[in-house]
Design a protein around this ligand. Structure first.
Ligand code: ZN
Ligand code: ZN
Length: 330
């Protein structure tokens, strides 16, 4: 079911100053060359809702000329958008894959700062239910602050926010710059969970969201230039005694805030709701994509290097494999 909602908000502050930072882009140019005026920015490559690890949670920006689209907004997305040299107020549309906090926690934050920086045009928000109710709640939460700034400094009103709920495979958007389609993936217990495909002039990029290996994703990604796929790295006999954040990108002792809960249940979730790097490679091969980007990565084995991740994905895939880091441009 697609459900359209329009929310108009008065009053916004414009001119909080240009927000483009002269950001250092340590990974810019490290990946394959961008093509056809379309660039994929890895804003956050980290999986899971812990914080303080030195990398940020899942978020991607797609730029097509001057048009900016954001896919997922885990913790740090707004900050990373600016550090990538992009402007929140230029965001046309925001797409949420599913309702886990490492994909949606900055929904309200991103709207707020886009508005604060001078967002004038209608903003599209797409995602699974209850994205409409969530957006309404966030707007209600920030309204007092918006009203204060409006009266105090006097900015143009926030444009309409158009929310579209998605819960089946469908064409999502065709704005003359990008065509977007979504499909359903499997990420229990979160239902529905979505993957998105963006076709721009000359380039096609697919985001798996969080999922087990899925044929629906093979179909969505068929012939795409880039598949951004989540991945886990594990081995037989891995137990809950292993540090769940034993990710090669950061020392496991500094991998972020503690995760409360039952370690065995968390391990079961990671194993039963995600995709091994080998299988991400298998899906990339079956779909015939040119480049596989491993992002939203969780290693259950300590000491795994970028090269080991890439090697695992290449068992079944001959194309280019990139292990994503924050602020990489592809
Ligand atoms: Zn996730
Ligand atoms: Zn998830």
């Amino acid at each position: 079911m697609t459900n359209q909602m329009k929310v108009d908000r008065r009053g916004v502050i414009r001119g909080g100053g240009a927000m483009v930072a002269g950001a250092m882009l340590p990974w810019a140019g490290a990946a394959s060359a961008a093509g056809s005026g379309t660039q994929l920015h890895i804003l956050g490559s980290r999986a899971g809702p812990s914080v303080g690890s030195g990398s940020y949670q899942t978020s991607y920006a797609l730029t097509v000329g001057d048009a900016l689209y954001v896919v997922d907004c885990g913790y740090g997305a707004t900050e990373q958008l600016v550090r990538a040299g992009l402007r929140p107020q230029d965001m046309r549309d925001l797409f949420i894959t599913h309702h886990h906090p490492d994909h949606n926690i900055e929904l309200g934050t991103l709207i707020y700062f886009a508005w604060y920086a001078g967002l004038e045009k209608p903003l599209g928000i797409y995602g699974p239910p209850p994205i409409e109710a969530m957006t309404k709640s966030y707007l209600a939460a920030i309204k007092p602050d918006i009203d204060i700034w409006l009266d105090d400094i006097g900015h143009a009103p926030l444009g309409p926010i158009n929310v579209t709920e998605l819960s089946k495979p469908q064409d999502v958007l065709d704005d003359g710059t990008v065509k977007v389609r979504c499909t359903l993936v499997n990420h229990p217990p979160v239902v529905p969970a979505l993957a998105y495909r963006f076709d721009t002039p000359g380039r096609s990029i697919v985001f798996s969201g969080d999922t087990t290996p899925m044929q629906s994703l093979v179909e969505l990604a068929r012939g795409a230039d880039v598949l951004v796929h989540e991945a886990i790295y594990t081995k037989d006999g891995v137990t809950a005694n292993l540090t769940l954040n034993g990710d090669a990108r950061v020392d496991s002792s500094a991998a972020g805030s503690a995760i409360a809960g039952n370690a065995q249940k968390l391990l079961d979730h990671v194993l039963n709701s995600h995709t091994k790097a080998e299988d991400a490679g298998r899906i990339a091969a079956e779909a015939g994509v040119k480049t596989l980007v491993l992002a939203h990565t969780v290693s259950l084995v300590p000491g795994v290097t970028d090269g080991m991740w890439i090697e695992a994905a290449r068992k079944h895939f001959d194309g280019e494999v990139i292990f994503a880091h924050d602020l990489m441009v592809i």
